[in-house]
Design a protein around this ligand. Structure first.
Ligand code: GTP
Ligand code: MG
Length: 268
């Protein structure tokens, strides 16, 4: 009986997002249960941190000392991934493969963005800028969407909600959460239009599209098929809830990490 304990897989939360968004800073701050993250450097590998939430998720705080309070703690793994464009596919996005989400008991995804970089002038070639942040998010959302449609078994896959963590709210140049949401939706709409045109321009005339090809095109469309602009609400059709919450890992000005922690605790 005791032997089986070693084989229990802890639930996990994936942390993804462009380079420099603050993913590793968040992981180290939660691990230390203190006000300050460790100094970070560009991640090249997945970094897994074991954390625990109290039994009452809504009341749980990341600073709770669960050992001394004798509370019933639920352990889980926070999986911090590298944001670099060349490392995403093999790390963060690979974890969204249906077989992988099942094996890792993936319960939620935190997509972290730099809310100050999102507000910078277009044309800044930083990965954390609006174009870069939205392009990565598009790939991630499409994988989550396809996952819900995948599999021919009658049993639907468990849902994986998404939290967009609008980080660096301590900086005065940071966009507030509603604006982060609106900017990302607008950019995701643009990307969707561009990619659907790409399909049409690839030499397949509209009249040539047979049922099979139309089906394939349908599969690559993010959100409500044929809708003019993309809204995160459209992901509900695929049973995917998206929340956008502002916070900051560094600095004492701002909302901190409390609301993100509550969101995470509720998924465990
Ligand atoms: P990659 O590993 O390259 O994908 O980046 P990352 O998302 O792990 O970023 P990391 O945690 O290394 O943070 C990048 C920089 O942002 C560091 O200098 C952090 O100190 C800083 N940073 C993180 N969170 C905040 C925040 O809330 N406010 C401010 N002002 N800076 C932050
Ligand atoms: Mg990192």
């Amino acid at each position: 009986l005791t032997r089986s304990v070693a084989y229990i897989t802890l639930p996990s939360i994936l942390v993804a997002g462009p380079a420099g968004a603050g993913k590793t800073a968040l992981a180290t701050r939660l691990e230390r249960q203190g006000p300050k993250p460790a100094d970070t450097y560009t991640s090249q590998k997945i970094n897994v941190v074991e954390l625990a939430v109290g039994e009452d998720a809504a009341a749980s705080q990341y600073t709770d000392d669960l050992d001394s309070s004798g509370a019933v703690a639920k352990k889980f793994l926070l999986v911090d991934t590298p944001g670099h464009g060349k490392l995403r596919n093999a790390t963060a996005l690979a974890r969204l493969d249906p077989a992988s989400t099942k094996a890792h008991k993936l319960q939620g995804v935190v997509y972290m963005v730099d809310s100050a970089a999102l507000g910078e002038e277009a044309g800044s070639d930083s990965d954390a800028g609006l174009a870069g942040a939205a392009a990565y998010l598009y790939d991630l959302l499409l994988l989550l969407q396809k996952r819900m449609g995948a599999g021919n078994s009658s049993k639907a896959p468990h849902t994986i909600p998404l939290l967009i963590a609008a980080n660096k709210a301590d900086l005065f140049t940071a966009l507030p959460a509603p604006l982060v949401k609106a900017q990302l939706e607008a950019e995701l709409s643009r990307i969707r239009t561009t990619r659907s045109k790409g399909l049409l321009d690839s030499g397949v005339g509209v009249d040539d599209v047979d049922a099979g090809a139309a089906g394939a095109e349908d599969d690559d469309w993010l959100g409500e098929y044929g809708s003019k602009s993309f809204k995160f609400d459209q992901m509900r059709e695929f049973d995917i809830d998206v929340d956008v919450i502002a916070g900051n890992v560094v600095g004492s000005d701002g909302p901190g990490v409390g609301k993100w922690w509550t969101w995470i605790a509720q998924q465990i």
